[in-house]
Design a protein. Structure first.
Length: 233
């Protein structure tokens, strides 16, 4: 059974993928959802590598040597770009995601973040950032139901997306087959920026309608696409 590791983005946690798990299972995919500490790029990458190590040991014990898909959403794309050369990983999926190249910061490359999202960020005394809760729903989840968006906003947390000077040493998308999923009405990482990032990675590009969080608003559609990607890997 194909397996996919789902890496969340900034301000989120594994909970954001919960609506996607059952649709994936219905299509024959199992999933693991690591939790990023959101304390630095280095520590986020280490968290993903630990999960991949555990998965590799478990699968080896069962005689399952099939590679896994590694998906990164948003900032999670930078994390999997750094962690994705793990021997267990057969393919990367960048979901409306950052995709830094060798030597770049997590937000390196043709990244264009929409101004309203930048204006909604709030700095905290501990050096982390958070998103203004009054604005987060319309930015992250405009296509979700009001109840689902409100619940998701209540779970958002502060964090950082890398510390000053952190760089990707070797980006995995140069060394693994990669798919890029563009979200055509994303109000955060603008679609033209996603297309430019996808083009420079040489990824196979897929485009779906909607906002920055298709796992919440369109889990069935996203699961269909991931099943097709898994089937072609």
């Amino acid at each position: 059974m194909p397996h996919i590791v789902l890496v969340h983005g900034a301000f989120h946690g594994p909970w954001c993928f919960e609506p996607l798990i059952a649709p994936l299972r219905e299509r024959g995919l199992t999933a693991t959802t690591p939790e990023l500490p959101l304390t630095s790029l280095e520590e986020d990458v280490a968290a993903v590598r630990r999960v991949l190590d555990l998965l590799a040991a478990d699968r080896a014990a069962r005689g399952d040597e099939a590679p896994v898909l590694l998906l990164g959403h948003s900032y999670g794309g930078a994390v999997i770009s750094a962690a994705g050369e793990h021997p267990l990983v057969g393919r990367l999926v960048l979901l409306c995601a950052l995709a830094p190249d060798d030597g770049e910061a997590p937000n390196g490359g043709p990244v264009e973040i929409d101004a309203p999202f930048l204006a909604a960020l709030r700095g905290r005394d501990d050096g982390t950032l958070e998103v203004d809760a009054a604005l987060a729903g319309t930015l992250f989840y405009p296509d979700a139901s009001p109840a689902a968006a409100a619940e998701a906003v209540s779970k958002l947390r502060a964090g950082v997306t890398g510390r000053p000077g952190e760089r990707i040493e070797r980006t995995a998308w140069r060394r693994r087959p990669t798919d890029y999923v563009v979200c055509a009405a994303d109000p955060i990482l603008l679609p033209q920026s996603q297309r430019a990032l996808a083009a420079r990675t040489g990824a196979k590009v897929h485009e779906i309608p909607g906002d920055h969080s298709p796992f919440l608003a369109r889990p069935e559609m996203l699961a269909d696409l991931l099943a097709r990607i898994a089937g072609s890997a």
